[in-house]
Ligand binder design. Structure first.
Ligand code: CMP
Length: 139
């Protein structure tokens, strides 16, 4: 079925000017970028977005990193978009990512891992609504 998922190109990737190369990976996989903006998150916004991880030992570091430089937030649409995006991203830890995936090619570490993608339909809907209004979604 056609789905939408929330994707974030993280500071390590925007810093290295990799937005276009990462978007090409999404488009080559058949994912359509139906909304996209480049923003700088505050610590508060990063903390709210990653609230589910607030008890994790890496939460502070994760929020500081996400607020350290601009990110590109985007909505990807396509058949099975959530799973397809996770396939294109590769494993969270680039050491475990398959060849050809974004994280294998570009990620620096488990923290500086270039991209985020929603993990399920419910979180996709929540995460899209966190960054975009309905008017900004142009299928
Ligand atoms: P993401 O998909 O954005 O969701 C939560 C993020 O936490 C994850 O990607 C990683 O970048 C980050 N993360 C997970 N484990 C660690 C860790 N051990 N140290 C630092 N960051 C981590």
């Amino acid at each position: 079925a056609t789905e939408r998922t929330l994707s974030i190109i993280k500071p390590d990737a925007t810093n290295r000017n990799l937005t276009g190369k990462i978007n090409a990976k999404f488009e080559d996989a058949g994912l359509r970028i139906v909304a996209q903006k480049r923003i700088k998150l505050s610590m508060e916004q990063a903390g709210k977005f990653y609230e589910v991880h607030k008890e994790r030992p890496f939460y502070g570091e994760l929020c500081e990193f996400m607020a350290s430089a601009p990110v590109v937030v985007q909505v990807l649409e396509g058949d099975n978009a959530i799973a397809k995006n996770r396939e294109v991203m590769g494993a969270t830890n680039p050491a475990n990512a398959e060849p050809g995936t974004i994280r294998k090619e570009f990620a620096l570490s488990v923290g500086e891992n270039s991209v985020h993608g929603s993990d399920a339909p419910e979180t996709a809907a929540q995460e899209i609504a966190f960054f975009f209004s309905g008017l900004e979604l142009v299928g």
